[in-house]
Write a protein that binds this ligand. Structure first.
Ligand code: XMP
Length: 521
């Protein structure tokens, strides 16, 4: 792999993604990993990320010299560039001239590997207080900016490269080309990480891991669990059984999408459990958001466990050494979760998130996580490669507890039906306006215990408001409310108030996150 050494910037994941967009496999490792351990992974190249630190700070994360002298091609970026310069005998100084944001770089395109084929002047995005003042012996300076006399250097012989700005951000005009030049020409790596190859590799891995064992997978209809299931299905065919729990908190058409489209596209063996009554029963009288979430999570696990036992019985004696022939549980865990849990400090419990796609870890299964090396965009590509329906591949996030946490107040069958209608209208209009991929998601929330007076026809109405909550986000950790065009909002509003009985008002949520969360409960 290409190792991306994380010096504590939020850019490490972005770098790793950009490398993969260049069709090269990358992995993130912490800067605290000993050089010997990094080199033991036999990296094709090493990229040193930026970081918030100054190389002068007392706690500045250090770079072991071995990383840059072992003969492995290295690219240093920002902080990684400076710490690399020092390790090679160059000088870094506090120039007093900070550069944040856009700046112009002059690059020696004709005589450079990193900048080959690019304009001599380019817009780049920087964020630094210190600067390299003397390039290490044996390297050639290939770029300057107003605040950085040495904004890039390279040494083709030792395959060492460094750049002060951030080629991984889109604001750096030719950034991706810089990374590609490093990977292809600086490090001589073949671009073989394509979705076709990835599918093949992952399928092989699953086959090798699972052998003859039986596997089950909880399907939620979301992207991750669907692609994970399709992949395992491709690998081991009917050794896999998927369990889809219809808890009645789904949106219009979702159960169908899984039961018909997904099965038709993948040929997966699917057990659908109709647990709608059971969930309604568990939610009767419950209005507190945390209680709802806990009730939904608890019921889900019970239903899933029962389904798993049924599968075990129906396959009794076919594969197991003991009385437990289903050995593996598929989880749709993605790479960012894996990276984050590697260094995860405890965070405050804002909401009890419940991932209906999987979880029950206390079941007697071993976990198989076929997507644990992939980023979300790669999961989507893999899904397309496997023939997962586009409606699932491009689905916006939808919370496991579903519409249950979008009804403020008690959840009842009538209220669910009403919200489902309103949600379907909002989704249809946003899709028709071509906004699906601009908007991260748009919860539609029913304020079930609120009534307001309206007038329709010649009569007074006394109905409920629904809230539109369109948000833009990159990762759901922070979000802003989306500036949906007024005419689209107008269409949604008039359709909902006309077509959904008992709703006489549509309101727009204009709160960012923080302070609001995306969902209302
Ligand atoms: P909040 O409301 O915390 O939501 O800002 C952030 C993102 O997470 C989704 N969400 C959930 N997803 N199980 C899930 O799988 C949950 O319990 C859950 N709660 C919220 C939410 O839709 C948004 O994308």
């Amino acid at each position: 792999p290409v190792l991306v050494v994380d010096f504590g910037a939020q850019y490490a994941q972005l770098i790793a993604r950009r490398v993969r967009e260049a069709d090269v496999y990358s992995e993130i490792v912490p800067h605290t990993m000993p050089a010997a351990e990094m080199l033991a992974r036999d990296p094709a190249a090493i990229i040193l990320s930026g970081g918030p630190s100054s190389v002068y700070a007392a706690q500045a994360p250090a770079l072991e010299e071995a990383v840059v002298t072992a003969g492995v091609p290295v690219l240093g970026i920002c902080y990684g560039f400076q710490t690399m310069a020092r390790a090679l005998g160059g000088e870094v100084a506090r120039t007093g001239q900070r550069e944040y944001g856009h700046t112009r770089a002059e690059v020696a395109a004709a005589s450079s590997t990193l900048f080959a084929g690019q304009p001599e002047e380019q817009d780049v995005w920087m964020s630094h207080g210190d600067a390299v003042t003397t390039a290490p012996a044996g390297t050639t300076v290939t770029a300057t900016t107003p605040g950085a006399p040495v904004a890039a250097f390279e040494d083709d012989e030792r395959h060492l490269y460094g750049v002060q700005w951030h080629p991984e951000v889109l604001h750096s005009a030719h950034g991706q080309q810089v990374l590609v030049n490093f990977l292809r020409h600086g490090a001589g790596i073949e671009p073989t990480w394509t979705s076709g190859n990835v599918v093949e590799r992952l399928v092989e891995d699953v086959r090798a891991t699972v052998g003859e064992d039986r596997v089950i997978c909880g399907l939620s209809g979301g992207v991750d669990s669907s692609v994970a299931a399709a992949l395992v299905q491709r690998a081991v065919g009917d050794q896999l059984t998927c369990v889809f729990v219809d808890h009645g908190l789904l949106r219009e058409g979702e159960a169908q999408q899984v039961e018909e489209d997904f099965v038709a596209a993948t040929g997966v063996d699917l057990v659908v459990v109709d647990a709608r009554e059971r969930f309604l029963g568990a939610l009767a009288g419950v209005t507190d958001p945390e209680e709802k979430r806990k009730a939904i999570g608890r019921e889900f696990i019970r239903v899933f466990e029962q389904a798993a036992r049924d599968i075990v019985h129906s396959h009794d004696g076919t594969a197991g050494q003991d009385d437990h022939p289903v050995k593996w549980l598929v989880q749709g865990t993605l790479y960012p979760d894996v990276v984050e849990s590697g260094g995860g400090a405890g965070t405050a419990n804002i909401k009890s998130h419940h991932n209906v796609g999987g979880l029950p870890e206390d079941l007697q299964f071993q976990l198989i996580e076929p997507l644990r090396t992939l980023f979300k965009d790669e999961v989507r590509q893999v899904g397309l490669e496997l023939g997962v329906p586009e409606g699932i591949v491009w689905r916006q996030p939808f919370p496991g507890p579903g519409l249950g946490i979008r009804i403020v107040g008690e959840v009842t069958a009538e209220r669910l039906a009403l919200l489902r209608r309103a949600d379907a209208i909002a989704r249809a209009e946003l899709a028709a306006a071509g906004l699906d991929r601009d908007i991260w998601q748009c919860p539609v929330v029913l304020l079930a215990d609120v009534r307001s007076v309206g007038v329709q026809g010649d009569g007074r109405t006394y109905g409920h408001p629904v809230v539109l909550r369109p948000v833009s986000s990159e990762d759901a950790m922070t979000a802003d409310w989306s500036r949906v065009p007024y005419d689209v909002l107008a269409r949604i509003s008039s359709r909902i108030t006309n077509e959904v009985e008992d709703v006489n008002r549509v309101v727009l949520d204009v709160t960012s996150k923080p302070p609001g969360t995306i969902e209302w409960e």
